[in-house]
Structures are given as structure tokens and as C-alpha cells.
Write a new protein. Structure first.
Length: 301
């Protein structure tokens, strides 16, 4: 790590100062929960310049402010859910949080059933609203100690194992379980939730994400206009690379004409597909295609 520092200011109008400043594995830090610019700085050296000072010092009780940042970062949840991973048959035993791949979904269902039955009932109710004829979902402990996730459709007498359920059913169940975690992560990242889901379910999922954002910071990447159609322009950022190859982000609400078009009834995903976004279109930005709205009149007033 070439350089790593943390800044802090004691008052809303105060000048920030570095209470942790490390370069190539060594540096100084101010201890305590309320560091002050005049406090004594302790010299520290890490075992390797490859280590992060935040991770190393954040494990010590004398650095509570650094520890708070470390806990925040290590508590991030980055989703790489896939339907195939949820079809496994893990060892039984309740687990509080869904893994990044979703392979412990049966364990989380077991935990919710035992500790938060009302939350599980709400999750399953929302799932049955989105999956036709779905009746219930359960996790059953088998004689060999494995945990079997079972899904029952209303027309049939017996449930089926999760490995026979549709990708969309399992993916939606996993997302609902994640977004309605009784103790959600402080930051949730979801990559391309449209994979394996019916396009008509994406507006519903977008609304679930918006509700979950009241308790967690939520970041979702998507290439689906159906998902984007359900977003407000203030909620959508376009990620693109500039002429020098660096990644940039621009909020959709700051692009020319977007607010006016939406006030006139347009949907954000449609505007994206019609080329009204100023950046991020691979064909237009590569020169392979002219911007569709070039030369058009201004957005309606």
C-alpha cells in the first residue's frame, strides 16, 4: 500500500486532519474514540507493506475509531447469487445471513423459521405473490443431517426438492431473504439481478430494493431497462470509461433532458435504450452508431 490515511474533524465546520497516516507499512495514528489534532501520535509499523493499517489496527481496542471503519467494511455484503448454488443440500444448522453465493439458503430459511417466523412468513407471502401457484417453502432436516429445501406448488400434494424448482423461483426467494434480513448489512451490493428472472418481476424487485435501502446502503448494477424503468433519475448512475480509460459515474438526473422527459411520462429505462443518456452507450461512444436523438427538438416543457 503506497499510502493510507483517515481524516476526522471534531466540529461540523472544523478543518479535517489525518488521525491515521501510513505509507509503505509504517506511519502514525492517534488513539481514542475522539481524536484531536493536538493529541500525541503513536508510531506504528506493520509486518508487511502489503497489509492495511485499517485492518490491522482496527482489531485493537485502543483504536475504536479505526475499528468502527473496519467493522463497517467487513460487514459489506456483495451478492454473487445464482440459482444453481441455492440448489445444494448443506449440513443442517441455522445460519443468520445468506452467503454471497446463496449456497446456504436452506440454513437461513431454517434460522428464520426458528428465530423470526413472522419475517419468514412475510418473505414467503411476497414470494407467492410473484410466483404463480406457489404455496409454501420449507427446510427439512434429513436423517443423515443434511438440510433439504423443499418447494410446494398448490396443484400438487407433495413438495419437490429445490433442485427441481425453477431458476426464477429460487433467485427471487434468495433476493427476498437477503433484502428482508432482520439485521441487514450496512452495505449491500447486487450484481445484475435480472439474470434468471422474468422481466415482469424486475419492477417488483426494484421496489424491494428501494424499501431495503431505508435500512442499508444499496448498490445494484444492471443492464436491464426493465429494472431501470422502475428507478427515479436521482437513483440511477451511469458507469462509463472516459477518453483516458478511467471509470467515471454520472447521475441520470443531471443529464440534459432526462427530468423533462420523465415529467412528460417517459420511463428511465426507455430513455436509456433510446439513446438519451449522455454517456455509457457502447455503440454510440465507440462511433459505431450515431446518437438516436441527435438533432431532435428539446424535451417537452
Amino acid at each position: 500500500m503506497a499510502r493510507e490515511f483517515l481524516s476526522w474533524k471534531r466540529a461540523s465546520r472544523g478543518r479535517p486532519f489525518n488521525f491515521l497516516d501510513f505509507s509503505k507499512g509504517e506511519g502514525e495514528v492517534v488513539t481514542g474514540d475522539m481524536p484531536d489534532e493536538q493529541d500525541t501520535r503513536t508510531q506504528e509499523q506493520l509486518d508487511s507493506r502489503e497489509l492495511l493499517a485499517v485492518n490491522t489496527l482496527g482489531q485493537l481496542a485502543k483504536h475504536p475509531r479505526v475499528g468502527a471503519l473496519r467493522r463497517f467494511i467487513t460487514g459489506w455484503y456483495l451478492s454473487y447469487l445464482s440459482a444453481d448454488n441455492t440448489r445444494g443440500i448443506p449440513e443442517s444448522g441455522p445460519q443468520e445471513r445468506l452467503s454471497t453465493t446463496g449456497d446456504n439458503l436452506p440454513n437461513v430459511i431454517q434460522y428464520l423459521k426458528e428465530q423470526h417466523p413472522d419475517r419468514l412468513a412475510m418473505i414467503l407471502h411476497r414470494l407467492t405473490q410473484r410466483v404463480p401457484r406457489l404455496e409454501k417453502v420449507g427446510a427439512e432436516v434429513m436423517p443423515d443431517g443434511k438440510l433439504l429445501l423443499q418447494i410446494k406448488d398448490a396443484p400438487f400434494e407433495k413438495p419437490v426438492m429445490a433442485k427441481f424448482a425453477s431458476d426464477g423461483t429460487l433467485k427471487m426467494l434468495a433476493y427476498l431473504t437477503l433484502l428482508h434480513d432482520p439485521e441487514p448489512p450496512q452495505l449491500i451490493g447486487i450484481e445484475e439481478p435480472e439474470n434468471q428472472l422474468h422481466p415482469r418481476l424486475l419492477p417488483e424487485l426494484a421496489e424491494e430494493c428501494r424499501s431495503a435501502a431505508a435500512a442499508s446502503q444499496l448498490m445494484v448494477t444492471t443492464h436491464s431497462p426493465f429494472f431501470v424503468n422502475s428507478l427515479r433519475p436521482q437513483e440511477a448512475w451511469v458507469i462509463y470509461r472516459d477518453e483516458k480509460g478511467f471509470t467515471q459515474a454520472r447521475r441520470a438526473s443531471l443529464m440534459t433532458g432526462i427530468i423533462e422527459f420523465m415529467d412528460a411520462g417517459a420511463m428511465l429505462g426507455q430513455l436509456w435504450m433510446e439513446g438519451h443518456f449522455e454517456v455509457g452507450d457502447p455503440l454510440i461512444n465507440s462511433g459505431a452508431e450515431k446518437r438516436p436523438n441527435a438533432g431532435r427538438k428539446s424535451p417537452p416543457n
